[in-house]
Design a protein around this ligand. Sequence first.
Ligand SMILES: Cc1ncc(COP(=O)(O)O)c(C=O)c1O
Length: 412
Amino acid sequence: MPIISRRGKDAYTSPIRHLGPYADAAKATGKHVYHLNIGNPDINTPELALAAVRNAAEKIVPYSPSKGFTSYRKKLVSYYERFGIEGLSYEDIIITNGASEGILFSMFSCLDAGDEVIIPEPFYAIYNAFSYVSGVKLVTITSSIENGYALPTAQEFINCITPRTKAIFICNPNNPTGCVYTREELEELGDIVKKHDLFFFVDEVYREFSYEDDFYSVLNIKGLEDHVVVIDSISKRFSACGARVGALVSKNPQILENVNKYAEFRLSPPHFGQVLAEATLDVPESYINEVKIEYVKRRDLIYSRLSKMDDVICKKPKGAFYILAKVPIDDCVKFCKWLLTDFEYKRSTVMLAPASGFYATPGKGKQEVRLAYVLNSETIELAMDCLEVALKEYPGRVPTQRIPTNGVLKHD
Ligand SMILES: Cc1ncc(COP(=O)(O)O)c(C=O)c1O
């Protein structure tokens, strides 16, 4: 048998999906599995957008321009204006196969193997995979559940800068922490990237889902035009994860030129995905407003249920649709697997994402799990019933400890 590559063997496995075969096996035995492991919402995609695909009259499904439909890119300019983002041209926007491809293209286009990117952890798990593929080193600053995963201070970022540092990377609103960063916090980071001539990657795929304060995009900050790369997607805001349409936005022509090379290699973003995405721009604002109300309801419910469970520590998230909880277990991967293989309550179980995969530092997050509140309230209640019983029955119980935080709790 030919020898498989080291790159293949060592490739990172997704903590969100790699327990999937255990979920399939559980379902094969007739067990119901509540999927709180993945941000795949149960909310309907806007009908208007689905209709655009249904009514499409194409006789051929062609490649689109590598940068995406020009008509869609032009319309996106007005979408960004709704967030006060001015001065963008459609030429600053390249359509990608989901945000996922946008992240990869950002790394490939701006960074060399061995370059360092400073990032607060926990972070969206798949950044680990993208940095692995591109040979980039993630330099992490660990934040803790006890202080609501507050953004590390400017000084903590500065302390991480070395001659190899090329970028700061944040996700706002944040998956998995649910933090939403303020204008002041973003401007402080902006000062650092300017002073040290770094790129500033900001994943804004949850832009619509800031529940307490108005969302402030890094694209609003003047003077950062050469530094900022925003990653975007319709997956979350329009419940259209399968459309595979994202965008990369930058005002730096050199970045765009390089991203375009990668865009040309892979030929085209999906045709029908873009038909759907373009139609989403005509969806009335009431759609998002209603979706937001629904997520707030679910967030409040899941937070209230978790905070009443023995020995569970969590903070109410302010954005996105995830909550991290510190739970009385020995190891989150073991626990999440056990939920699928050994546990059931009323012929059901719950699938969670082990949070250790959302850290780059080995050993971190072992007692944490991430829950996506992407199912309706009734289902969340049933899933929480399962989790509550599971935490009592789990043989590897280890009490949680509150690690004291020094200083002010920024996010309380
Ligand atoms: C923060 C973040 N970025 C990117 C992605 C990937 O999005 P897409 O479906 O557009 O590739 C996700 C998906 O969960 C996410 O949570």
